[in-house]
Design a protein around this ligand. Sequence first.
Ligand code: DAH
Length: 355
Amino acid sequence: MSDLNIIVESFEKKFSNIKSKEELQNLKSEFFGKNGLISSEFKKMNTLNPEDRKTFAKSLNDIKNQITHQIEKRFKDFENQTINEKLKSEKVDVTLPTKITHNGKIHPVSQVIDEISSIFSEIGFSVAEGPDVESEYNNFTALNTPENHPARDMHDTFYLDKNKKTLLRTHTSPVQIRTMSNGKPPFKIIVPGRTYRCDSDQTHAPMFHQLEGLHIDKNITMGHLKGCLNYFIREFFEVKKIKMRFRPSHFPFTEPSAEVDIGYKVENDKIVIGEGDKWLEILGCGMVHPNVLKNTNVDPSKFQGFAFGMGIDRLAMLKYGINDLRAFFETDYRWLNHFGFDPLDIPTNYRGLSR
Ligand code: DAH
């Protein structure tokens, strides 16, 4: 047998016993290293005459290529095997129950939005939403607040273009317009969401949250509005009885309009809602102005209803004894840890809102 055949045979034998990448690497060195079997054969070429050298070189190259090919292929196989094993060991069984961790907290504003949604859903309201970037038309004109109306100045609007056609919505009321223009009555919605005004102090932030309510149907009266708000406030503050008064007010999009105050007292430096002889203003409301209905193609001779709007952040401050609104938006982890809620305690009416 020629030297080359012996080399091939020895390679095949060893190759078939390879069990790991390391062994393969050693085999590769044994054949192709500086003094490896193949490398040594190449060195022999100088001793041959030109004719023999040519045939020998060809055979040696063939063998070299064949062995290299086998080794490289095997390296690839080992690599794939490692990847497959890794994938197998890292496979996640999504059907297993989750590991319960308690690192995150629900922000009081999110908690209050969940509570409010739960309360209103019990009496048939659904949740609607609208964009933060709104048209001047939806935010003002369609809500019966034409250009030069003094109510526009009171809103300290952030306009987004020179022509004052686009803005950051100053209230959630434009979602009344969006909902009514895009559907058919009856409407019974609440709208929680972010709102913006150029204002900042202990009780005002340039971005804050409002809750809008709208109920349009045949024969809806101010009596329904009173009943609805009375129910909401009792449920929200988790009290049996509430002192409440409607004060005449003005909003361009309602007629008549009212502001609602609730009774409270201070006991041991804490606010007690629902009793006492002090009054706290908490929302604006009224019967939807016929012009708003006309602007959204709802026939005011057939349909009527009420709307209301309130500040969610203020409700959260009152209910959970938080006295600086700015802390809501500072993302201070210690604050959130103290005032935040457990993510697994989702507020529902039957289980309780804020245990
Ligand atoms: N949009 C009013 C505001 O931001 C609040 C409001 C008052 C909303 C009366 C209403 C309403 O829907 O009927 O000041």
